[in-house]
Each structure stands twice: as C-alpha cells, then as structure tokens.
Design a protein around this ligand. Structure first.
Ligand code: ARG
Length: 705
C-alpha cells in the first residue's frame, strides 16, 4: 500500500438528487436509493482504503452534492485553490470545504467572486507532475486558470469542453501513471484535441468509446497501477490491462444519477510538487468595446458566438442598452483565449465586426520592418474591404487605398497609413502586425439591416411567376441609381464576361456605353474577341446571333478576327480603320471609355490589347476602379472576384449571373451595398436598357412637384 497517498471523501449521509444542474440529474430527482448509495459508497471507500489513506470530511445537511469531494478545491503540496461553484445549488458547500482545508494545515486561495472554478473536477495533474490540465466551458471559467497557475506555481494547459454530458473535465479525461491518458476525444473542441495530441504520444492515449464514456469510465481513481472505476466494457479493461493497469470495478449507479462516479467522490490531497515545474499559462485576455445596434442587428450575439466557437471565453464587463428604437448600445467585453495565436484569430474576426480597444488604451502601434522586398513580416495584419483606422503616434489614422488582401504600411512623420500589396513592399517599410491598434469603421447598420440583406438575392429562373416581376423591380431600382450616378458625374465600372455577347447582350451594353452609363470596362480577351466577331461577322464563337445556330466554318471566325485585329495593331486601330463599326469595343473607343483586358492561360491570340502580364493587369484594373460609385459585374466570376478584392466597401456592387453560387460568392461581402441578381445576363441588360429609356427626364436633386 502506498502509505503516502491520502484521499478525501465525504460520507453520503445527506446525498440525494434534489435539483438539476447537469443532464444526468434530469428525470432523476429523488430517484436514487439512499440505501444503495450508502452501500456503493462504502464499497468504493473500502476499495480505495486498500491502496491509500482515506480522510473524511463531515457531510453537511442540505448540501447533497457534498459527497463529490473532487469539487472541494484543487490541491498541490500545501496549497489549495478553493472551488467557486458555478451553480448556487452548490455554493453553500464552499465554507465546509474551506474549514476542512484550514483545519488540516493547507493554505487556502480564494478566487474573486463571480469567477467560477470547480476544483479537481475541472483540473487534473498529469500523473508525472509535469503540468496541470484544466477544463473550461461549462463550470469553470478560462480566466480562473491564470490564478491557478500563479498560486500553485505550475503550468496550466487549458482544454475546452463542448459536450454538456461531460461538463467537468474529470468526466471525460483521466491522466494515468506512466504518462498514459484515458479520455473521450469528442468531449473536447478541435483545438483542445490538438493540444492533447501534442503532449501525449499516440501509444499513450487510451481512447474511450461513447458507451464506456457515458458509464463514466473516465471518472476513474488511479493509484499507481490500480484503476478504480464503475463497471466498464471488456474491451476497455483489456486495453488497460495491456498498458499494465489493474482495473477494480465497483458499481456506482446511484451516483451516476447525479452525474458523478468514482473520481468525483474523491479528492487526492497529497499531490507532490516537482521542483523544476513552474507557473506558465498561455492564456491571454483583452478588453474590447463595441457600439451600434448591438441587439437588434445581432452584432453582440455574433461577436460572443465567434469568441466561443474559436475556443475563447468572454465576460461582458458592462452593457449600455440604447433605449429608443434608433439609439445605439455599447458594450465592453473581456475576451480570453487559451493561446496567443487563438487570441489573434478571434481579434481579427472581432475587428471585422467593428470591435475597438477601449479609448484610453494603446498609444504605440505594433509594426515590424520589412527586411525582404515583397515579403511582409509573418504576423502582418491582412487588410479588409472595410474603412480601417490604425494607431499612429497615439492617434487614429485612416488607411488609404483600402482593399482586401494587402498589408498596411505606416509612417509616423507625418502620420499615415496605406494598403500595400505584398509584391510592392519595400525594405524598410513599417508594416502593421498583430491586431492591436487597428479598428474598422462600420456604418451603424440600421436594425433591419439583416432582414434587408436576405431579400437581396433571389432566383429568377428557378422560382415561379412572381420572380420575373421581382427582377424587373430590382432592375428599375438599379436603373434609377445608374441614372443618378451618371447625371451627377459619378463613375460606373462594368466587368463583363463573354456570356454577355453569347446571350445577345452586346447591343444593350453598347447602348449603355454610348449613353454615358459606363466609365470603364474590365474583362478578358474573350469578351473583346466575341464582341468584334459579332460586330464584323454576325457570329459569336461561330454561332449566328440572329438565328441562334452554328454557321458552317464558324469556328474559324474567332481566330480570323484575332488575326485581323493583330494586323491592325490593336482595337483602336481597327476601329479607326473602319474595320470595326459597332459593338461594345467600338463604343468604348468612340466614347473614350477606358478598358482593360486581363489575359489568362486559355486565351487565343491574344489580341494586342490584352495584358498578359497579370501583375500589370491587376494594376490597370485597380487604377480604373478608383473612385467608382458602382460596379456592374456581368457574368464573369474570374474578373469579378478580382475586382471585388480590390474594391473597398461602400462601392455599390451589382452582380448578375445565371449561377446562384457565383452570385452568392460575389455579393456576400458582409456589406449592405451589394446586390445579387440570378438571371440570364442578356435578359438583364435588355430590361436595364428599357428601364433607362423610360427615365426620360434627367434626374435633378431640387426637382419640385
Ligand atoms: N451533481 C454534481 C454536479 O453537477 C456532480 C458533481 C460530479 N463531480 C465531478 N467532479 N465530476 O455538480
């Protein structure tokens, strides 16, 4: 017998299931037999006494769960961190356990009020003493872990529990001697499973199947090579025997009704201290501030959900609810994460939701200097389409050239910040790293913002009769906005794929260019080739556009056209020479509408105008969209995504495609300015032109009726 091992137990004199604070207790109120409970407890007591010394704490009337001494606190050496129960049903046990620890010479540490931690039920030492595994998610708060690390001077490894049946760490996780681990992986989130796998080699992991897990197989007492547990499967016993353990089964059915078994009924009070183990925790916390229609628009929910989904935890420090329908709310939330990396991931997403650090914080910004041209420091902040501000010289500075997928380069004198593509970074540039000192300025979205967004996209071809009318309504609105932009000297950019020509849209798009509704055209080699083919030969990829049938030898048209334009030296030249006398490209040349054709691997020719250097092409696209008020994306996923990446939020995007997936992808920019229309693009353009023609009188702001 290992004389030096002491275990604390509490006789079940007042044990019963009196309330429901975990799923096991549901339907079991007063269903456990007192007599059988006493008998089972005595048997367990006896079994444990054969390998350790058992100390007893006197049970207190009215606190039925006090039998579960694992939840008294967490002991290491002479120190104990007393439990702070999450549920008021158990909080009354605290003074009794505290008294016992003090009487027995322990130094008792107490956590702040409102910071739950349920002792050895949620914190288990690696049996070699190397570190402490600590659970959170149901009963214990992640923020309690740094206190434990400090008071017990040990390393704490935090694990998040996600299955409410396994609400305490000791219900699904049992470190065994020899570095083995008995556990039920689905009870933990993905990050925690990775953490476990990094620390415990595969041959030391003993995985428990669900059937044993729900019989509390992991809730075992391990003393050297002996494991004491409730009845388990043959397979598991064999696995344990193979690893050199002796299993002592003892029935604990009456305690299972309260959600506990062998381990819960015990607390090891002799946990040896290892000299070379010292406090470390990787937990990080930050305070963020959020403002807006936090409740109506669901922003707060979204923020808190994303913290938890990413393995973090939170505490709302204060919340000011806007009282009127139109007033905004604000909240300060303390966010904790089990590691620095997770904190950064969470913060990046929170910044996108509009979270900012509290006002007085942060003066020095986090930057790192570029040491290799075209390569950002590892931890660089990836820009988004949202207006962003960064902290420079203790003030917020607006980032210029906002776009997605860039780094932010700052200068202090004068304070400035701008988006720079990775390839354009120069040695010596100071790049924002991490997530501190960065905020995105979100428009305060109105409370029905969410609802409106859902209505924006709908299927024209897929649904019943009403859809046609709905597309018309939307086109009316788009036409009206285009008219307004044109008449006020604004800018409309069109990205178009060759489908525009195939579907008979060329004449309509030509009309838009001619009438001054298009201020730049972006596309690839194909749209120009098809357009010129149609303008000069009446076919598009060899198909007669009037009759809709392929013409004999039509497949040659395409290359002939390319060849002819190449002979002229380019589209401009071919127009000036009179070879091209109508169509989209013709109108662009005649109306001085700049265009950029970005090449790709499948291009025939290409036309002399097509930019085959993609870095150059991205550059000319980006120049042409500067200052755009609206971008019409017509059936070109490739070019439209390219454009979407370089366009800041606030620019109205209208995406038209027959494929709903493309529309969803392009219009889902998390901003309200995008509209998706699932329809045939030729049809869309004809409706649009018809609408524009109906808006005969020029729009004027001070029109009075
Ligand atoms: N009914 C008790 C509770 O829900 C059971 C505690 C089990 N203890 C444990 N260490 N898992 O708190």
């Amino acid at each position: 017998m290992a004389d030096d091992i002491r275990i604390l137990m509490c006789p079940p004199d007042h044990y019963d299931v009196d309330y429901v604070i975990n799923p096991w207790m549901e339907g079991n109120i007063h269903k456990s037999s007192q007599e059988r409970a006493v008998e089972q407890w005595k048997k367990l007591h006896q079994t444990i006494k054969e390998c350790a010394i058992v100390d007893l704490v006197k049970p207190a009337k009215g606190w039925p769960d006090m039998v579960f001494t694992a939840n008294a606190g967490l002991v290491l050496g002479e120190n104990v961190v007393l439990s702070r129960f999450y549920h008021k049903e158990r909080q009354g046990e605290e003074p009794y356990f505290k008294a016992w620890f003090e009487e027995n010479g322990f130094t008792v540490y107490e956590l702040p009020q409102d910071l739950p931690f349920e002792g050895a039920g949620d914190a288990l030492f690696d049996r070699e003493g190397r570190w402490l595994w600590a659970g959170y998610g149901f009963r214990s708060e992640l923020d309690s872990h740094p206190y434990i690390a400090k008071w017990l001077d040990t390393e704490v490894v935090s694990l998040r529990l996600i299955d409410e049946r396994f609400y305490h760490l000791d219900t699904c996780f049992c470190p065994l001697s020899g570095g083995y681990l008995l556990y039920y992986p689905p009870a933990f989130d993905a990050y925690s499973n990775r953490v476990i796998e990094m620390r415990i080699p595969p041959e030391k992991r003993i995985i428990v199947e669900e059937l044993d897990a729900v019989n509390f197989a992991c809730n075992a007492v391990n003393v050297n090579e002996i494991i004491i547990m409730n009845l388990v499967s043959r397979t598991l016993k064999d696995k344990l025997a193979e690893a050199g353990f002796t299993v002592r089964e003892t029935p604990l059915t009456e305690f299972l009704k309260a959600g506990g078994a062998a381990k819960c009924l015990t607390l090891r009070v002799t946990e040896p201290i290892l000299e070379d183990v010292h406090a470390t925790v990787s937990i990080e916390s930050r305070v963020i501030r959020m403002e807006g229609h936090l409740l109506d628009a669901g922003i707060l929910n979204q923020a808190l959900d994303l913290v938890v989904e990413n393995s973090g935890s939170f505490r709302v420090l204060n919340f000011n609810l806007g009282v009127e329908r139109n007033s905004t709310s604000s909240a300060e939330v303390r966010v904790s994460a089990p590691s620095h990396q997770i904190m950064e991931e969470i913060m990046t997403e929170l910044i996108d939701l509009g979270a900012v650090p509290p006002p007085q914080e942060l003066c020095d910004i986090n930057t790192e200097t570029v040491i290799q041209a075209g390569v950002a420091p590892d931890d660089f902040y990836v820009s988004t389409i949202y207006p962003t501000e960064v902290r420079v010289n203790c003030e917020w500075v607006q980032v210029t050239g906002q776009r997605m997928d860039a780094a932010i380069v700052v200068t202090s004198n004068p304070p400035s910040a701008r988006c720079v593509l990775l390839r354009d970074l120069q040695v010596g540039d100071r790049v924002m790293v991490g997530v501190e000192g960065i905020r995105t300025i979100k428009k305060v979205e109105s409370h029905d913002g969410g609802a409106r967004k859902e209505n924006k996209e709908f299927a024209f071809m897929a649904a019943g009769v009403s859809s046609e009318r709905r597309v018309e309504l939307l086109v009316e609105q788009i036409a009206w906005e285009m008219r307004q932009i044109r008449d006020q000297g604004g800018k409309i950019v069109v990205t178009a794929g060759p489908v525009v020509i195939h579907t008979g849209g060329a004449q309509h798009l030509s009309h838009l260019v001619r009438e001054g509704y298009v201020h730049a055209l972006l596309g690839g080699n194909a749209i120009a080739v098809h357009d010129i083919e149609q303008a000069t030969m009446g076919t598009s990829l060899g198909v007669d556009m009037q009759r809709g049938i392929p013409v004999r030898g039509g497949h040659r048209h395409h290359l002939k056209i390319i060849n002819t334009v190449r002979r002229y030296g380019g589209i401009h030249e071919a127009v000036e020479a009179g070879f091209i006398s109508k169509g989209v490209m013709y109108e662009c040349v005649k109306n001085n509408v700049p265009y950029c054709l970005a090449g790709s691997i499948r291009d025939d020719g290409p036309l002399p105008d097509t930019e085959m250097d993609l870095v150059q092409a991205q550059g000319c696209y980006s120049e042409l969209i500067q200052g755009a008020d609206m971008i019409l994306m017509l059936s070109s996923m490739l070019h439209s995504i390219g454009v979407g990446n370089m366009t800041p939020s606030g620019v109205k995007m209208v995406c038209v495609d027959i494929n709903p997936a493309v529309v969803t992808k392009l219009s889902d920019r998390g901003s309200v300015e995008s509209v998706g229309v699932v329809t045939d693009v030729g049809l869309f353009l004809s409706l649009l032109v018809r609408q524009l023609q109906q808006l005969t009188r020029p729009y004027s702001l001070n029109e009075t009726f």
